[in-house]
Every structure is written in C-alpha cells, then in structure tokens.
Design a protein around this ligand. Structure first.
Ligand code: SF4
Length: 139
C-alpha cells in the first residue's frame, strides 16, 4: 500500500523547533509499505527552525505576529499536488499542527487551547477525498 505521512513522524527534523515527532507505528509502516514523506511547512518555503504558528480567525499567524498564511497554503497545495500524482491510499498526519492536524489544532491564542478543526494541509487533502488519519488514531 502507498502511504503519505507527515515527515516529522518518520523522524525527519522538520519540526518548527528543529526536532521531530518520530513515531514507532509510522516507522513500522515504513518497513512494510511504500511511504512518501511530506512536510508542508518546509515545502511552503519556511525555514527550520522557525517561529511556531497557529491559525487565528482563519489566517495562519506566527507567534511574533507575522502573517504566514501564504507559505502554509503554498505548502498545502504542494502536498496536494504530490498526493494527486502519487495517489496514496492512506495519509497519516501529525496531531494538532496548524498544517497537518486532523482532529484538532491550537486556537490561535498561543495559550495551549485547542479547537476541533483541521490544519490547512489536512483540510485540503480531506476536501480532495484523501483518506486521512491522525497518527494518534492509527491502529
Ligand atoms: S508541517 Fe507537518 S510534517 Fe512538517 S513538522 Fe509540522 S506536523 Fe510535521
């Protein structure tokens, strides 16, 4: 099976703080399936490390107040382009990210509060019919 995954789950150091979210379930999937890794924030042109961002009133905003919506949406569009070309049967996404979050994301106040809504890449992939799962819901 072909699976697309958030690159940080595969152990790539693409997280905002330069680290990763290596997940052993994802590592096992990589041994058994064809896995494509994507990091929409890097693909949108953002550096690593980078200032963390959240979605505030529908606009992706960095903690220092800069509007970074265009970069996040460009990265989401590149992920969609790869997904449309590669046609993964499953997409496994990192929880709570403003890009990859599936079930929840932070509310834009940088206070740790969550809302039940996806990040921009997860939303775009869902709208285009891809089967997406939050890594925390991976069987
Ligand atoms: S954008 Fe997605 S893949 Fe990249 S670091 Fe954030 S959660 Fe991981």
């Amino acid at each position: 099976m072909k699976i697309m995954v958030s690159a940080c789950l595969a152990g790539e150091n693409c997280k905002y703080n330069g680290g990763n979210n290596r997940n052993e379930k994802v590592i096992r999937l990589m041994a058994e399936h064809e896995v494509i890794t994507v990091c929409p924030e890097q693909m949108g042109g953002l550096p690593t490390p980078r200032v963390p961002s959240e979605i505030r009133n529908g606009v992706v905003t960095a903690k220092d107040g800069r509007i970074v919506d265009d970069a996040f949406r460009a990265g989401a569009a590149k992920c969609l382009e790869i997904a449309l070309r590669e046609r993964p049967e499953l997409v496994v996404l990192q929880s709570r990210s403003p890009s990859c979050g599936m079930n929840q994301r932070y509310d834009g106040s940088f206070s740790g509060k969550l809302v039940n809504a996806p990040g921009v890449t997860a939303q775009l992939l869902l709208e285009n019919g891809f089967r997406c799962v939050d890594v925390e819901d991976l069987e």
